[in-house]
Design a protein around this ligand. Sequence first.
Ligand SMILES: Cc1cc2nc3c(=O)[nH]c(=O)nc-3n(C[C@H](O)[C@H](O)[C@H](O)COP(=O)(O)O)c2cc1C
Length: 178
Amino acid sequence: MAKRPFPLSKVYGLLEPGPVVLLTTVHKGKANVMAMSWHMMLEFEPPRVACIVSSRNFSFDALKATRQCVINIPTAELAAKVVSCGNSSGRRVEKFKAFGLTPVSASLVGAPLIAECYASLECRVIDARMVSRYNLFVLEVLKAWIDPSCKAPRTLHHRGRGVFMVAGETIKLRSKMK
Ligand SMILES: Cc1cc2nc3c(=O)[nH]c(=O)nc-3n(C[C@H](O)[C@H](O)[C@H](O)COP(=O)(O)O)c2cc1C
């Protein structure tokens, strides 16, 4: 197979992470939502997730101060709203209102769930030691919500520069564990 050099700036699109999510926070009475694709699982149960929230983002201050958030998982139908949430700041825009998203009270954290997303994970920050160095927050999922009618979620996966892949076929393989 002939390969050619590939720009380092595009590598993240190859190591494509999980679905693009909408991270909600609330701080000083203001609910906000940002798009986030840089996250990874760290543990099965309790579920732990590492995520990068840039210190330039309004969400960073809220997450750092409150140590609470909700990871909401949208499907492809919400793509335009996801991009809008990722290209505007809660400093200037009331995103729930501006982009027609519906906040729903969470059970264990102050940040809201997003009604339009098929899954929502209430999280708290359990480790902030790598925030100053990498903007990396380690979260623990305290409570998870799912829409049972969404059997095969067509999640969005960011390939970079406005390009998304939509999750498609599901295949089920029986594992032969030794
Ligand atoms: C598809 C997509 C994925 C993104 N992923 C991240 C991410 O993982 N971490 C991050 O800090 N910003 C990410 N962003 C950018 C933020 O969503 C963006 O800076 C947003 O305006 C921040 O909003 P805020 O200032 O209201 O917090 C992403 C944007 C898009 C469109």
